[in-house]
Design a binder for this molecule. Sequence first.
Ligand code: F6R
Length: 358
Amino acid sequence: QKDGYKHFMLKEIFEQPKVIRDCLTGRIQKGRVVLPELDALDIPGRLTIVACGTSYHAGLWAKYLLESWARIPVQVEIASEFRYRDSVFLPGDLVLTISQSGETADTQAAIRIAREAGAPILGLCNVVGSSIARESDSVVYTQAGPEISVASTKAMCSQMVLLLLMTLSWGVRKGVLQGDILERCLHDLPLLPDQLEAELPTIREKAKTLSQGYADARSFFFLGRGLNFPLALEGALKLKEISYIHAEGYAAGEMKHGPIALVDQHFPTFAMALGDELLQKVASNLQEVQARGGRIIALVNPGAAPAVEDPWVLPDMWGPLKSFLVLPAVQLFAYEMAVYLGKDVDQPRNLAKSVTVE
Ligand code: F6R
């Protein structure tokens, strides 16, 4: 069932345009976001997102949007920490659990804690009827289809689409979302699947060339700011788990607080330096890396690129939609690196698809 792809991971990365299409089907109608799953719940006064691994990164990504566009205070928690902490719940809290499998033990435990505290629970799950879906008060399904590869790819894409739609829905209900943002988003989102589909082969080719050029590296930094910070974390996670190259994701502005001490010509950096309002800040962080001899791959947009050794140009997209090209770029970089190094892409050592034990 690999449909001619060499690995499930590659197939699932290339399924992302279809995943976005499916996530949007029926959910944008007449200039409105339709998410009946949210209607039964009050607009959260505060949102606590609980998840693990890649799903946690999707939650971190959404925090930027939920705070800015829906003006909802958001905390994003690693489930294994949340479950053993003595968290403070407030009236109006909503707990949102994100899980592809719906069976992750730590995330399930968080549901029980929220339940005991009397907080309503919303699940964002891929597997229909899974434990987390059953235990939540309301469930939004990501409809990404079965994910076979241990490394999660298309599930994160689907989570991001749904989290974006949730943000729009709550922002409108609260009356705080600016009309031009809503209009632009609802206009551009349906165009995204075809744009991504057209770009994926080029992204893959570039990923292949670059991964081979950097295959001797034993460590990588992944750097980004804003929405690109969670994607930097995700890029580092993907590279670690399937190619076994040590990688650290950092908020670019944190480098000077310690990690930059590690940079030399053998410790390259993979940066997200897209044409957004934080570009100049990222560019100056990259100059600091270059001053220490560090090689840099940077995802950039046309015309706005800082001078780095290996610019990787992605077409410009509006606002947060840029992330839907950054995500496959880091996924395919890790994929091509693992293939080049001869690793078992779909079944990396020491990992299970569903982490049902603590
Ligand atoms: C990374 C990966 C894991 C999962 C994590 C949570 O590629 O697959 O980090 O994201 O185990 O799993 P779910 O989303 O099923 O709760």
